[in-house]
Every structure is written in structure tokens, then in C-alpha cells.
Design a protein around this ligand. Structure first.
Ligand code: ARG
Length: 256
């Protein structure tokens, strides 16, 4: 009787073990995945190196460090910039880390983390351009911007400006190069990176930096718990030195 009972228990144990193994597939206990939306042609924040499928950049590293603190694996979902907030609202992604400026307008739709990067807008023109030296002199000019950005918003307020909107900042720079636009208005660190990586052969930065902008990580309005966890992780990586390490790696200087 006892033997039969043991055999039965053994059988149950076997079934349970097989069942559990089946659930996990052949992966190790899966870390929860955090789907992070980014418009990933925006170096040095989110982009792919030539001939690589991997997403890299300041935001990507910051999100990975945040994910590590939260025990989550980060997966970047490349999405058009103007499609990011809708994707968050539609729950296709869990968060946005896309050099996204914290604005009142956006804050009506999403929950922003504490700021994680200080930025601003600046102007790039062709090297031989002598007529545009500041934002005032953009009046009546053809200006290329990325769609849905604070840069696009800002130039729409300029008198008689002919605003050309592109899906990516790189297309805006191409338009300038091809003389289809007189200027590009975009985030300063992205303009600087573009010039440093070869753009300065025929283009330059002019004028003052407009708007003190700050980037935030966005989550859905209802996701207050996740928002809290992200803020906590952000504090932790600032305290443990990880944030400064990543900052220096991408910008070659200590965080401001
Ligand atoms: N900071 C600007 C904004 O929030 C531009 C961000 C564009 N980001 C990107 N990954 N393309 O509007």
C-alpha cells in the first residue's frame, strides 16, 4: 500500500516538474520585459551604429541601468516620434525614453519621470550662410525639423517661416545639405553630435540656445506604480555613480 502511494506521489512530482519545465521553455526564469518606445535615429540618445541592428545611445544605457535596478529586461521598440504617445496610450509600449522634452501639453497625456537630461534647441545652417545668425533671422526662411518635436512647435511660431517637417532629424539635415532648407532647428546635443560626426564639413551651429528643456521618461497616466519605480531607480543610478558613468561615456564631460 505504502509503495503504491509512493509511486503515485512520484508520478505526480514528475508531472509537475515536466509541466513547470514546459512553461519556462528552455529559457532561464524570464526577467520581466519593459518595452521602451524610442524614435531611434536620434544620436547620441537612441540610434543604431552603421551595419548594426542593436540600439545604442545615452537613453538606451540609462534605461538598461534603470531596468537593472528594477530587475527588468529592457526592449527598445523603434516608433515614429509622433507615434510614441499614442503607442503608450494604446499599451503597445510600457514607457518612452526618446529624448522627450517634458512639456505641459504632453504631461496632460503621460506621466513623466523626474528630468534626467538638460537640453535646449539650436540652429544649424550651411557653413557659408551669413544671413541667419539667430532665431530672429529665421523669419521668412525655410526651416527643416523633425515632426512632433519641440523644435517643430518652436519654429511654427516664427513669422512667415516655411516649416518642413520630416520623420527623422537625419532627413532634416539631408534637406539642409541639399539646399532644400535654409536651417535645421533641433535639440542642441543632437546638432552637436551631427556636426562632430562629419556634418561640420558643410554646416555650422549659429545663435543662442532656445528654451531650457528637460527630458523625461514617460509612462501611461494610469501607471503610477511604474512611474514611482522608474523615479526610484533613477535616484539609485544617480547615487551609485552609474548615471555619471553613462553621461561621461556619451558626452565626454561630467553631468551638469
Ligand atoms: N526633445 C525634442 C522633443 O521632445 C525632440 C526629441 C526627438 N527624439 C527622438 N528620439 N527623435 O520634442
Amino acid at each position: 500500500m505504502f509503495k503504491r502511494w509512493m509511486a503515485f506521489a512520484g508520478l505526480i512530482l514528475l508531472v509537475l516538474t515536466l509541466g513547470l519545465a514546459g512553461c519556462g521553455g528552455n529559457q532561464s526564469p524570464a526577467a520581466k520585459v519593459l518595452k521602451v518606445g524610442a524614435e531611434a535615429t536620434f544620436p547620441p540618445f537612441e540610434f543604431q551604429e552603421e551595419n548594426s541592428k542593436e540600439y545604442v545611445g545615452f537613453d538606451v544605457d540609462i534605461m538598461k541601468a534603470i531596468g537593472k535596478q528594477m530587475g527588468m529586461e529592457v526592449q527598445i521598440v523603434n516608433t515614429g516620434f509622433d507615434g510614441l504617445i499614442p503607442a503608450l496610450e494604446g499599451s503597445q509600449i510600457d514607457a518612452i525614453a526618446s529624448a522627450m522634452t517634458i512639456t505641459d501639453e504632453r504631461a496632460k497625456k503621460v506621466n513623466f519621470s523626474k528630468p534626467y537630461y538638460k537640453s535646449g534647441l539650436s540652429i544649424v545652417v550651411k557653413s557659408d550662410n551669413v544671413t541667419i545668425n539667430n532665431f530672429k533671422e529665421l523669419e521668412g526662411k525655410r526651416i527643416a525639423v523633425q515632426i512632433g518635436t519641440t523644435g517643430a512647435e518652436a519654429v511654427k511660431k516664427i513669422k512667415d517661416a516655411k516649416v518642413r517637417e520630416y520623420n527623422s532629424a537625419s532627413e532634416a539635415y539631408l534637406e539642409l545639405k541639399a539646399d532644400g532648407a535654409d536651417a535645421v532647428v533641433n535639440d542642441l546635443p543632437v546638432n552637436e553630435y551631427y556636426l562632430a560626426k562629419g556634418g561640420s564639413k558643410d554646416a555650422k551651429l549659429v545663435g543662442e540656445v532656445l528654451n531650457a528643456e528637460e527630458y523625461g521618461i514617460a509612462v501611461a497616466k494610469k501607471d503610477t506604480e511604474l512611474a514611482g519605480k522608474i523615479n526610484k531607480a533613477l535616484d539609485e543610478i544617480k547615487q551609485n555613480g552609474e548615471y555619471a558613468k553613462i553621461y561621461e561615456q556619451w558626452f565626454g564631460k561630467k553631468p551638469q
